[in-house]
Design a protein. Structure first.
Length: 272
């Protein structure tokens, strides 16, 4: 994954030389550097602040990847070759952070949530040092915090509560296409907002297992995944602006052919 990030860094650095790209601007949010001091209220407020800063309308986010790309974050989707790694993000490039979503497993809802989760890390955990990250309990904590952020961003409290007309699996099922989040995520959001008790939460998860919804939920196969467009658009602009410009890009970045295909889904390659 780190080697892929390095190739992506070379790719984006090349685009920055020639194109005027949207830039990621840090939010005016006060978050403690120590994750142990980050509260759930801070996380909820941070998600609300992001929605406000990005002038997002109330309710569901129409296109999570498009939202990130409009604000300077490059998103890429590719196999990561690890069952324990769903996605990752880095802010090596402060103006253009990178998010990689692993396509080894998952679906439209899961990938949207992964995007929001990685944005949570960029917002909440930008100043955590590597030594702290090497501590397993802290790693588990920051994952939980990023999950809470993603839920709050995708399902803002007031609008989500107003839409929840019944606390039942059928009720969540009816809302899935509206919020574009998994039934499991909505159940957890309801519990996080103290709408249901721990016992009710446990019973709902037992019901999910009984219906065999743990791996595949209703509508998973019908929902069309979102896909990144920013990097491919950058390459198309460069390719169409100057003679042999794509060849220069290939020479400058020295990206392997299969990685080029993964990033851009096909490109022109002149014969040698």
């Amino acid at each position: 994954a780190e080697s892929k990030l390095e190739w992506i860094d070379d790719c984006v650095s090349y685009f920055e030389k020639f194109l005027d790209l949207p830039e990621f601007e840090p939010f005016d949010i006060i978050i403690p550097d120590d994750p142990l001091l980050i509260t759930n209220t801070m996380i909820e407020d941070a998600a609300s602040a992001v929605r406000s800063a990005w002038s997002m309308p109330k309710g569901p986010i129409d296109n999570m990847i498009g939202l990130l790309e409009r604000h300077g974050i490059f998103v890429f989707m590719m196999p990561l070759g690890a069952d324990t790694l769903d996605a990752l993000s880095v802010d090596w490039n402060e103006k253009h952070p990178y998010i990689i979503i692993g396509t080894d497993q998952g679906n439209a809802c899961r990938w949207r949530f992964d995007c929001a989760h990685e944005l949570g890390h960029l917002v909440l955990h930008r100043h955590i040092d590597k030594k702290t990250l090497a501590t397993p309990p802290i790693c588990k904590l920051i994952e939980t915090q990023a999950h809470r952020f993603a839920s709050a961003l995708l399902m803002p409290e007031q609008e989500f509560i107003e839409s929840l007309y019944t606390v039942s699996l059928e009720g969540y099922r009816e809302l899935k296409l509206y919020w574009k989040t998994s039934i499991a995520a909505m159940v957890r959001r309801t519990k996080d907002l103290d709408i249901i008790s721990e016992d009710s939460y446990r019973n709902l998860y037992i019901s999910i297992s009984r219906r065999r919804w743990r791996k595949t939920e209703p509508f998973d196969e019908e929902m069309v995944p979102e896909y990144p467009a920013l990097a491919k658009k950058c390459l198309n602009i460069i390719s169409n602006s100057m003679m042999n410009s794509e060849d220069e890009f290939i020479k400058a970045t020295a990206l392997p052919d299969d990685f080029m295909m993964t990033l851009f889904g096909g490109y022109r390659r002149t014969s040698q």
